[in-house]
Write a protein that binds this ligand. Structure first.
Ligand code: HEC
Length: 440
């Protein structure tokens, strides 16, 4: 299957270079030969029954029926949903159509959507049912199903996951299984060291509690619609301390029918502590709590910046950002001691609905003395279509979706294990002076 797709795409790449007038150039793209491979590999995973896409894209009829609409979302690069800018960092599981694929789709539409020979149709990809990474080490579920009406506003709700681990565990992956894939849009998972979630759970008469979380509880994982579970690279793992619970923060999106959502999470642990330790470099620290995040009403470009000089050589493994509705873009790059810029992540159009963490295709080596820079831009004007306030209001740091926060987090491993303490100390020190201040 893989090979078949690859050769079909190669053929697609090759033919535009054919001299005009040759038989190949006159060849019109057809569904079975050229379009099905694109759709099956980039769209069908989410656009099939029971998945989050609002309609199926599994055969000629499905695709032809909406061809114009499909072309418009792929030309605008809204679909497949992939938010990092091109060539600014390279990641595993990138979902991006090439310019050639997009041009093919247009040519096919303009030719009247011909179907093509049946024997050329690739097989629909198989999506195995059940846990994608195999049986998890621990399965946890929210306490009860949360009722979600057919229509109305999106719901942001937190749920307590009372895991109360008997010992420290090393997390390598999570897999999220929505009760109803059409409504669960994204989740963030936090450590709840003080078990506060249990106290809040169900207090207002419904499962879960209002979108809120304990301060500074570290986020250990995130998932958005269509996200593929994967283990951390190179035997790495994140510590989940003994005795803690977890909090699941969910974004639910009404689907046009009354339903309910009860989410199940599979946690995968490693048998032994990892040999190398992941260290989180969050800029600004504490999701910007001490960074002066205070955005006047109407301000179209409020900028939050921070930087950190690496005290030792590191390998950067994963990266991800977090912010709320007013954020418009975020970027992280490093400047090496020789002045060279290393792009890490650029999300030119931040979308709160698609929180993701990205694993670099190859670990990014950053030497001692390199300076990591993060920059986030916020638009609190009425030109921001998702501004939660109309007219705009002053917005400060806070945990509610209508408040703001923001940072970009790089997970790194010190190249030499002996540097671990030094690195942790520098990170603490860089965060410390800000602790004294209060959010302005
Ligand atoms: C990772 C999952 C995922 C993949 C992959 C994906 N989609 Fe979607 N798509 C969605 C979801 C979810 C929605 C519903 C809109 C939303 O919630 O943002 C959607 C909505 C759409 C819409 C309706 C958008 C609108 O505003 O009318 C179109 C059209 C679409 N997808 C086409 C495609 C095409 C074409 C591809 C492949 C090139 C694709 N999608 C790949 C998840 C996906």
């Amino acid at each position: 299957m893989r090979i078949l797709l690859a050769t079909t795409l190669l053929a697609a790449v090759a033919s535009p270079q054919q001299p005009t007038g040759s038989p190949a150039a006159a060849e019109v793209p057809t569904f079975t030969e050229h379009i099905a491979p694109i759709v099956f590999s980039s769209c069908t995973r989410c656009h099939r029954p029971g998945e989050a896409g609002p309609f199926s894209l599994q055969n000629y009829r499905d695709v032809k029926k909406r061809a114009r609409n499909l072309l418009s979302v792929i030309e605008d690069r809204i679909m497949p949903p992939w938010h990092p800018a091109k060539d600014y960092g390279h990641f595993r599981n990138e979902m991006r159509l090439s310019d050639v694929e997009i041009a093919r789709f247009r040519a096919w539409l303009e030719a009247g959507c011909p179907e093509g020979p049946q024997d050329k149709l690739p097989k629909l990809p198989e999506f195995p049912p059940g846990w994608q990474l195999g049986e998890p080490d621990l399965i946890v579920k929210t306490s009860a199903a949360y009722p979600l009406p057919a229509a109305g506003r999106d719901v942001y709700r937190s749920f307590s996951l009372p895991v109360d681990l008997p010992e420290d565990k090393w997390l390598t992956a999570i897999e999220v299984r929505p009760g109803d894939r059409e409504v669960l849009h994204h989740v963030l998972i936090f450590v709840d060291a003080k078990k506060q979630g249990r106290v809040l759970e169900g207090k207002d008469g419904k499962p879960g509690f209002r979108h809120r979380r304990a301060s500074r509880s570290p986020m250990i994982a995130g998932w958005a619609v269509g996200g593929q579970p994967e283990h951390l690279p190179e035997g790495l793992a994140i510590k989940v301390p003994k005795g803690c619970d977890l909090i699941l923060q969910s974004h639910l999106h009404p689907s046009g029918r009354n339903t309910e959502e009860q989410t199940t999470i599979g946690l995968y642990f490693s048998d032994e502590p990892p040999k190398r330790s992941l260290v989180s470099i969050q800029l600004p620290p504490f999701f910007g709590f001490f960074a002066g995040l205070n955005i006047p009403a109407g301000e179209p470009d409020f900028v939050l910046k921070d930087s950190f000089e690496l005290p030792c050589d590191v390998d950067a493994m994963t990266i991800g950002g977090h912010a709320h509705m007013l954020c418009r873009s975020m970027k992280m790059h490093a400047v090496l001691p020789d002045g060279k810029h290393v792009p890490l992540l650029h999300i030119p159009e931040w979308d709160f609905d698609w929180q993701s963490r990205y694993t670099f295709a190859q670990p990014v080596r950053l030497p001692k003395g390199a300076v990591v820079h993060a920059e986030l831009h916020y638009d609190n004007s009425s030109n921001n279509p998702v501004n939660p306030n109309a007219p705009p209001k002053r917005v400060r740091w806070g945990r509610e979706t209508k408040d703001e926060m923001g940072s970009v987090t790089l997970l790194v491993v010190p190249r030499h294990a002996a540097d671990l303490r030094k690195l942790r100390r520098s990170i603490r020190e860089q965060a410390r002076p800000r602790r004294r201040g209060r959010p302005r």
